[in-house]
Design a binder for this molecule. Sequence first.
Ligand code: AMP
Length: 280
Amino acid sequence: MKIIDNIKELREEIKNLKGSIGLVPTMGALHQGHLSLINRAVKENDNTVVSVFVNPIQFGINEDLDKYPRQLENDTKLCENAGVKILFAPKVSEMYQGNKDELTLICPPYEAVNKLCAKSRPGHFDGVCSVVAKLFNLTKANRAYFGQKDAQQLFIIKKMVKDLNFDIEIISCPIVREADNLALSSRNQYLTQHDRKLALNISKALFQAKKDYKEGIATKKSITDNSLKLMEDLDVEYIEFVDINTFEIQTQINNDTLILIAARVPESDTRLIDNIKLWD
Ligand code: AMP
């Protein structure tokens, strides 16, 4: 495996690769969720490129950019063992010459960003789309792998690829969870023991909603009420219902409903997101 931290060398290595290229963009602190994407990319492509880059332009001013876990040594081992060809881990100055307001950015439309995570994280998806577009250009990947854990991100990236005619296939990968259903996240490292117990109520609410829906006893209101009750010790940012195909907010639930939750756990003030499809 080649570990590359600069664009010039990356371009040269990419030129020398034979066969298909799969890209897995990450911010590092890799866990089994990331590895599920990486393993799939390795299986489906002749070459897999993993990027590890804590992208500053997708963080707001009061967010966790500085404390975000950086564990490149461990990430390197995991990628090496998984059969990754190139690990691209650039410094910020290699990716951006200038501040965010001096850069050409890709900004998804108001319709896509006027809801869910974008409301509390203005500019977040501009940062995500811009870095992902750069990675697509740099790696010339045939396929890129994204997790359903970040469902709004996945939707927005698919839309960017369609709107801007990127010649790349976006592969959507299921959410990997702990045995007790907590969705894996690099931010779970922040959680105290107490927080972790409270955080479990997010996935509990989602799985309960799915069960109730399958039993025919769920409405949007009943799910909202029950979930908020379960999560009463959390600071719930949103519980929202969208059509998984269009990401439009629904007034009534159906088989295409995706329920999304964002909530903060109190002690460590960690913001977590999770989601579930009501029917599959
Ligand atoms: P991040 O490093 O948090 O930017 O995540 C990099 C990629 O891994 C994104 O496409 C995420 O959706 C995906 N990912 C993160 N956590 C999980 C998980 N628990 N299951 C599946 N994919 C995940």
